[in-house]
Design a protein around this ligand. Structure first.
Ligand SMILES: [Zn+2]
Length: 247
C-alpha cells in the first residue's frame, strides 16, 4: 500500500437523503470502521419524496416509503460498520431551519467527529444536497463556539470533505483528495445492494470507483505497486490542510 491508513478518529457523514452516503462515501465510512474508528451517518431525511420513485409508482403511502428507506439505509450502514441516525426533516424540499441546525450542533458536540463528510455546496439537480451541506458547515461552526448553548465541549476543527455528486462537472466538483477504498470495495458494493430500488446506481458507482482508482494510481506514482483493481472515492477538501511538513 502506498497510501496512508492510520487512525483518524470518529468520522461523521451528513447525508441529505437515506441513500446518498452509500453511493458517495461508503468506502470512507467502511475504512474508518475497519480501522476501529467510530463511524456515524446522519440522514437528514429518508429521501421519501424525491428519491423513492419506484415506491410511489407502486402506490405506497408516505409512511410506508419512509419505513422502506429507513430499513434500506440501516442495512447499508450495518454493512459498513457505522451507526445511523435519522432526523426525519423531510425532503423535496429539505428545509433549512434553526432547529435542524441545532440538532446537528448537538450531534457534533456529542459525537466529536475528527472528520466530516457531506455534500457539495453546488448541485443544480438537487437543492436538498447543498442545503444539507450549508447546514452541516453552519452547525460545525456553531458547535465550535464556547458560548453556544448545547451540551458538551466546544468542537475542535474537524476537516470537512465534500463527497462526489452524481454529475460532478455541473456541481463544480474538482477532486483534490483520492481515497483508496480497495480493501473495502466489496463492502461498499454490498451496501449499495441494500438499495434495490436504485439498482441502476450499483454499476454506475462501481465504474466510478474504478475510474477514480485509475486516477489515484496515476497520482500516487508508478512505483508504489498499487493493485490493478485499485478503487477510490473522490473528495474535495473544504478547509486548508494544516501541516508542519509539505509532503
Ligand atoms: Zn440525495
Amino acid at each position: 500500500m502506498g497510501t496512508e491508513t492510520s487512525s483518524a478518529g470518529p468520522l461523521l457523514a451528513i447525508s441529505a437523503h437515506a441513500g446518498d452516503f452509500v453511493w458517495r462515501a461508503a468506502g470512507a465510512i467502511a475504512l474508518a470502521a475497519e480501522r476501529g474508528d467510530p463511524a456515524k451517518v446522519v440522514c437528514l431525511s429518508f429521501g421519501e419524496r424525491g428519491e423513492s420513485a419506484r415506491a410511489w409508482r407502486e402506490g405506497r403511502t408516505l409512511e410506508e416509503i419512509k419505513g422502506i428507506r429507513r430499513a434500506e439505509a440501516e442495512a447499508a450502514a450495518a454493512e459498513l460498520g457505522a451507526e445511523i441516525e435519522f432526523l426525519d426533516a423531510g425532503d423535496y424540499p429539505l428545509q433549512e431551519t434553526p432547529e435542524l441546525v441545532d440538532r446537528l450542533v448537538r450531534v457534533y458536540r456529542e459525537f466529536t467527529p475528527a472528520v466530516v463528510l457531506t455534500h457539495t455546496l453546488t448541485d443544480p439537480y438537487n437543492g436538498d444536497h447543498p442545503a444539507a451541506a450549508r447546514m452541516a458547515l453552519q452547525a460545525r461552526v456553531l458547535a465550535q463556539a464556547i458560548g453556544y448553548d448545547a451540551p458538551g465541549e466546544p468542537l475542535g476543527a474537524p476537516p470537512v470533505f465534500f463527497f462526489e455528486p452524481h454529475q460532478p462537472e455541473q456541481c463544480d466538483f474538482k477532486p483534490d483528495v483520492l481515497l483508496d477504498i480497495t480493501p473495502v470495495f466489496e463492502r461498499k458494493r454490498k451496501a449499495m445492494e441494500c438499495l434495490p430500488a436504485q439498482q441502476h446506481m450499483w454499476d454506475y458507482y462501481t465504474d466510478l470507483a474504478k475510474r477514480r482508482g485509475v486516477q489515484l494510481k496515476r497520482n500516487a506514482g508508478p512505483n508504489l505497486g498499487l493493485a490493478h483493481d485499485t478503487t477510490a472515492e473522490a473528495y474535495v477538501r473544504v478547509y486548508p490542510q494544516t501541516t508542519g511538513v509539505l509532503a
